[in-house]
Design a protein around this ligand. Structure first.
Ligand code: SAM
Length: 206
């Protein structure tokens, strides 16, 4: 997975590649999917959700340019796979998931693998986590109609956010840098994520 899907496709950050070689993706999916766990596609995790494609996770982590002492907010814990990678690369990860059952499963997998620098919170991540802001980096794993104002406010000056933005069928994965209190946006890739359902995302009708 690391050689063919990540390094050969341009992921260069050695810390990201090493972390992706260490974290066992199969531990975050049901046993019936273990054979596919290192293939280049999303995998169902229940409740209509998926664990993201490894390449897109790597692009996200690469662009976030994470530092060991960073405090990170993740929106959309899902299986907890990307959460584990964030926990490998930074000091503290707060991850919000709207499906309680998924949050509990992810928390159990993270504990089983020994990650003690992660807090999984059940709720609407589109509003962020104002009580613990500002964050050095924010990783959003569900597609938003536009960059949620709350998340931008909760990013520290100089901080980085990666977020898929756009309609249901196809989105752009955007890197947002906060500079002088304004967003500087760069498009990284085309992508297709499940919707961010919440106050500052899409309504529950999508
Ligand atoms: N990165 C995850 C992983 O490694 O498994 C995959 C995330 S999955 C593509 C997107 C997740 O975002 C789903 O679990 C979904 O329930 C969650 N989600 C959608 N809207 C949300 C919201 N407003 N707040 C928190 N989680 C949300």
């Amino acid at each position: 997975m690391v050689e063919r899907q990540l390094r050969d496709r341009g992921i260069r950050d050695l810390r990201v590649l090493d972390a992706m070689a260490r974290v066992p993706r199969h531990e975050f999916v049901a046993e019936q999917y273990w054979e596919q766990a290192y293939e280049d596609h999303p995998i169902p995790i229940g409740h209509g959700q998926t664990v993201s494609q490894p390449y897109i996770v790597a692009v996200t982590l690469d662009a976030l340019d994470l530092q060991p002492f960073d405090i990170v907010l993740e929106i959309g814990t899902g299986s907890g796979y990307q959460t584990a990678l964030l926990a490998e690369l930074t000091d503290r990860v707060y991850s919000i998931e709207r499906h309680e059952a998924l949050a509990h499963l992810a928390e159990a997998a993270l504990l089983r693998l020994g990650y003690s620098n992660v807090n999984v919170i059940v709720g609407d991540g589109s509003a962020g986590l104002p009580a613990l802001a500002p964050f050095d980096a924010i990783a959003v794993s569900a597609a938003a109609p536009q960059i949620p104002k709350s998340l931008l406010e909760q990013l520290r000056e100089g901080g980085r956010m990666v977020i898929p933005v756009g309609p249901a069928d196809v989105q752009e994965l955007q890197l947002v840098r906060k500079l002088q209190d304004r967003p500087l946006v760069e498009t990284l890739e085309g992508c297709r994520f499940v919707p961010l359902i919440g106050d500052q995302g899409y309504g529950s009708g999508w």
